[in-house]
Design a protein. Sequence first.
Length: 146
Amino acid sequence: MSNDADLMKLYSARILALAADVPRLERLQSPSGTAHRRAPLCGSNLTVDVTLENGVITDFGQDVKACALGQAAASVVASNIIGCTRADVQAARDALAAMLEANGPAPQAPFDALKVLLPAREFKNRHASILLCLNATLDALDAAGA
């Protein structure tokens, strides 16, 4: 079980600030693709809408009902997703999973701010919530035929 010092390290001021200021919280009216994901261990839920033009994300909306870690990840993703392709999102998702599960490096730009979630490595029960936004975005891109 975690002690208070571990939890303080996990819920840093930067993570809480990101969680408190998640951008793009409006669902899109006519998205190219939509997807919903749920993290089974904690119950976090996230729905993502994307609009694509020539395989590039031109608009993004989300409905986030997640823990602070999931919200922080969604904040970083939403702040940097416009202009990305499916390959960019897949690379970020794979790098984030490797950072959390295999001591890999943080994702590269434009998603390098996800390194703030590095302390969550030790909290495997939080990994699904942290990956939620990128996983849902990939699903929405697939639904759009990207």
